[in-house]
Design a protein around this ligand. Structure first.
Ligand code: BES
Ligand code: MN
Ligand code: ZN
Length: 543
């Protein structure tokens, strides 16, 4: 994404430090997110010229494999000495640097810990690549060569490892700093990554996976940036503009945006109620992906529905002040939908996908919706508002109804919906609910492939029972307990018998602090998961 192109309207008017970009729009001189250029190279490990060469080592494999032994030999045993000293043990999440000399092509060799070999998965490769990319950026090493796949031998598919490396390097090099002025720190503008192998057949396989990985990685970074932008930069109108711009860049994507008048004409009462308190008016964003060629009629038409609350103050049921700033990330479900649509279009997946993003700012004011209000939603069902801070379900229900009306066969919503989900699962996994076992299993499989973890949770009749109102069809909060489940059960009543799954990403929406493989801030969770799900749908056995 060309991040310099999007900036808030008020900033634009001020006219300081403006420039014109390719499209002639006025923009601030903002930093662009580090771009990652990826390729696969057929080259020998030891002679490969690079600023940083990353190799993987398991914690429970005591002897160096052929690649590492060769490097060690050329480095006069430096790798073995480092291991003997105990400065590196191959544990997951650890790494160590050995400096190269004229006998090898690399200026630095990064040993990346892969943990126990028997626990290794594709995500081990992805995280190792992310760790290497992050270290590269930190040490301003502009060329990074990855030989991580070598440690895994035949245990994993080579092409899948190529994809994981593409996704991982985007993830690890990502850092949200577009508002930081000055360039004294010499932060890299781009990172050049090569997956390397001396065998041309292996290089070819890596290359194949890498091209998909590059697309998905970029799409996730795009989602992270949109999510990270604060609420004075991304309001519903600006989010809609970003969706329009995304569609402009792809001939298979089209974007329709409903403004308040158009939503009112359609009686989208949920989105309108939540958006009524803010000066920044709500929008209903629809991105349609039309695949090329004829798609088998048995293949489901999928809707992905993302919650986009550009800021969640709680509204009249206002939130406590502490950490309220984090609620700029409450649009993460919506930004993940935009990122997924970008990936789907660039991968040219042969499946019909509708991206639906109801967007609103939840603010307290004289025009806000109130506790006690009864809202008529797009479905025709009435909802008694008992807490204006349970706003996500109020906008999502209209999004789900829209997907039903568009005749989608499968509906997946993704939302930073409940604090209760964070209490239940912590910050490692998203809650997964739904009404169709096969869909749940497919998403679990996609979760394994993508490394974005999910955990199944219930949302059946008991929970739905708590959402009954005495004076309307439904109310928007349940009892004190099982808040993630009651929220899901509320949503489940708007899917009109369609196959439906719900992802509560309130815990996984962000990293509180940087780790060895990622910067802090928005995670872009769901872009890899949903893209993986949509990609496997195209296997005929998965219809
Ligand atoms: N956006 C929040 C949920 C949230 C909480 C996301 C923490 C990420 C971290 C949501 O709109 C909300 O406020 N939910 C309420 C629901 C309650 C009023 C029933 C909550 O979880 O407290
Ligand atoms: Mn809320
Ligand atoms: Zn919210």
């Amino acid at each position: 994404m060309d991040s310099s192109r999007v900036i808030c309207a008020t900033e634009r008017k001020r006219g300081k430090g403006r420039s014109r970009d390719r499209e002639g729009k006025k923009t601030e001189n903002m930093r662009k997110i580090i771009s990652v250029e990826l390729k696969a190279r057929n080259v020998d490990f030891a002679t490969c010229k690079t600023d940083l060469l990353a190799v993987g080592l398991f914690s429970d494999v005591k002897t160096l494999d052929r690649l590492n032994k060769e490097l060690d030999g050329k480095l006069n045993g430096a790798i073995n000495r480092l291991i003997k000293l105990g400065d590196f043990n191959g544990k997951d999440g650890t790494s160590a640097v050995v400096y190269g000399d004229e006998r090898i092509g690399a200026k630095r060799v990064l040993l990346v810990g892969l943990g126990e070999k028997k626990k290794a998965t594709l995500d081990t490769v992805r995280r190792a690549a992310a760790c290497a990319a992050k270290k590269s950026v930190e040490s301003k090493a502009q060329t990074l060569s990855l030989a991580l796949h070598r440690a895994f031998g035949a245990a994993l598919d080579v092409s899948a490892m190529g994809q994981a490396c593409g996704e991982g390097t985007a993830f690890g090099s990502y850092c949200y700093d577009e508002f930081i002025t000055g360039s004294e720190d010499g932060r890299l503008g781009s990172l050049k990554v090569a997956l390397i192998d001396p065998d041309s057949a292996t290089t070819q396989k890596l290359r194949k996976g890498l091209s998909a990985g590059a697309v998905i990685g970029k799409a996730q970074s795009y989602a992270r940036t949109l999510a990270n932008r604060p609420a004075n930069v991304v309001n519903p109108i600006q989010l809609a503009a970003a969706a329009k711009e995304l569609a402009r860049g792809s001939k298979r994507l089209s974007c329709t945006v409903f403004d308040v008048k158009q939503m009112a004409a359609r009686r989208m009462g949920g989105v309108l109620a939540v958006g009524s308190g803010s000066q920044n008016k709500p929008r209903f964003i629809v991105l349609k992906y039309s695949p090329a060629g004829k798609i088998p009629s048995t293949r489901p038409k999928v809707a992905i529905v993302g919650k986009a609350i550009t800021f969640d103050s709680g509204g009249i049921s206002i939130k406590p002040a502490a950490n309220m700033d984090e609620m700029k990330l409450d649009k993460s479900g919506g930004t993940t939908v935009l990122g997924t649509m970008k990936a789907v279009a660039e991968l040219a997946l042969p499946v019909h996908v509708l991206g639906i993003v109801p967007a609103a700012e939840n603010m307290p004011s004289g025009t806000s919706y109130r506790p006690g209000d009864i809202v008529k939603t797009f479905s025709g069902k009435s909802v008694e508002v008992q807490n204006t801070d349970a706003e996500g379900r109020m906008i999502l229900c209209d999004g789900l109804s829209y997907a039903v009306k568009q005749n989608c066969d499968v509906i997946i919503d993704i939302a930073t919906l409940t604090g209760a989900c964070v209490v239940a699962l912590g910050k490692y996994m998203a809650g997964l609910m739904g009404n169709d076992d096969k869909l749940i299993k497919q998403l679990q499989k996609a979760s394994e492939n993508s490394g974005e973890k999910v955990w199944p949770m219930p949302s059946g009749d008991e929970y739905a029972g708590e959402m009954k109102s005495k004076i309307a069809d439904l109310k928007n909060i349940g009892s004190r307990w099982g808040g993630a489940c009651t929220a899901a059960a509320f949503l489940g009543q708007f899917v009109g018998g369609k196959k439906w799954a719900h992802l509560d990403i309130a815990g996984v929406w962000s990293f509180d602090k940087a780790t060895e493989s990622t910067a802090e801030g928005a995670s872009g969770f769901g872009v890899r998961l949903l893209t993986s799900y949509l990609a496997t749908l195209t296997n005929t056995k998965n219809k």
